[in-house]
Write a protein that binds this ligand. Structure first.
Ligand SMILES: Cc1cc2nc3c(=O)[nH]c(=O)nc-3n(C[C@H](O)[C@H](O)[C@H](O)COP(=O)(O)OP(=O)(O)OC[C@H]3O[C@@H](n4cnc5c(N)ncnc54)[C@H](O)[C@@H]3O)c2cc1C
Length: 297
């Protein structure tokens, strides 16, 4: 880590030591990390390349809304994309830096009367994290709007442009999901629409989230992927697990698909709860449900 610190300092790339993951994740869980804050794509790729060529573990983090960091923290570099957040519109297209929030993209689309990305309003993630996960909601997903993605390959150090088909989008996964690429920016193709109608859809979806989701507690959203043809939250609710608690982690009473941090939850509490839910669902339904959240350790 000393070499990395020296490199970052010499290249004027900001970093902090001992930042707790509980401070930068929506779950508010996780121990100390070494965090790096690139201001632009060059700093992002340079920092990643330095780690990769010097045998230092590193992970790229956007808004930290789909991750669970270990209680012991992370023994590598956590590279945060929040500084790479430009959002530019050009005709029916929006190009966004990987760290731009989905909310800022939705607002830019609304300003320009562009429709297509309303589904993402209220997902508390970055464009990079959303492309990585093929985030989706209410019948829409990133796959529907991505024109192309610019990404840095950690294998050969090249920056490449992947069109929609090359992104390999599938339910909550993409070609990026194995961590080989750093997503740098994304161009979205939208359609001209009516501003009032776009706003009405955004407001409606946000309202539905507020009604259905436990937004007053820290969480990482739905913990499990849907089982083909089934809503996992409904299976968990039917198993009587709403309110089931391990330490500070609880299956939300409001939405059984969410695990909430009731206060002081540890990553171990969440992982124990996930295992319990999986076991109960396997016994009751005979199916194995898979977590959607990414465990970083
Ligand atoms: C209240 C709540 C509601 C939610 N609702 C939804 C929903 O409706 N639909 C949905 O799909 N998700 C939902 N989520 C989950 C989450 O917001 C999305 O998956 C979001 O897209 C994650 O983006 P992020 O920037 O927070 O990613 P992070 O949590 O920071 O990272 C997620 C993964 O992406 C990787 N990653 C992030 N940025 C990059 C990059 N630039 N290059 C390479 N890899 C990268 C990380 O390494 C990690 O593996 C919800 C979460 C919460 C807390």
């Amino acid at each position: 880590m000393n070499d990395l610190k020296k490199y970052l300092a010499e290249n004027d790339i900001r970093f902090t030591e001992n930042k707790k993951a509980s401070e930068f994740t929506t779950f508010r869980i996780g121990g100390e990390c070494f965090t790096v804050y690139p201001k632009n794509v060059k700093e992002l790729t340079d920092a990643t390349r330095f780690c990769d060529t010097n045998g230092i573990k590193c992970v790229i983090i956007g808004c930290g809304s789909n991750v669970l960091f270990a209680d012991k923290g992370y023994d590598g570099a956590v590279i945060m994309t929040q500084g790479i957040n430009a959002v530019e519109t050009d005709g029916d297209f929006i190009t966004a830096g990987c760290g731009a929030t989905l909310i800022s993209v939705c607002k830019a689309a609304l300003d320009r009367c562009l429709s297509g990305v309303e589904f993402a309003y209220g997902i508390p993630g970055s464009v990079g994290g959303a492309v990585f996960m093929n985030a989706g909601a209410y019948g829409g997903e990133m796959k529907d709007v991505v024109e192309y993605v610019k990404a840095y390959s950690r294998k050969d150090g090249k920056i490449i442009k992947l069109n929609n088909a090359e992104c390999g989008f599938d339910y909550r996964k993409s070609v990026f999901s194995d961590g080989e690429y750093v997503i740098l920016s994304t161009k979205l193709k939208l359609k001209p629409g009516d501003k009032k109608e776009i706003k009405a859809v955004m407001d409606d979806l946000l309202g539905r989230r507020k009604d259905k989701q436990p937004l007053n507690y820290p969480s990482a959203g739905s913990v499990f992927k849907r089982y083909p043809g089934r809503y996992t939250g409904q299976m968990i609710e039917a198993a009587g697990l709403k309110g089931y608690t391990v330490g500070g982690a609880q299956v939300s009473e409001k939405h059984a698909g969410f695990i909430i941090n009731k206060g002081g939850a540890s990553a171990d509490d969440v992982l124990t709860l996930i295992d319990h839910i999986k076991t109960v669902i396997k016994e009751r339904e005979g199916v194995i449900i898979e977590p959607e959240i990414r465990v970083i350790d």
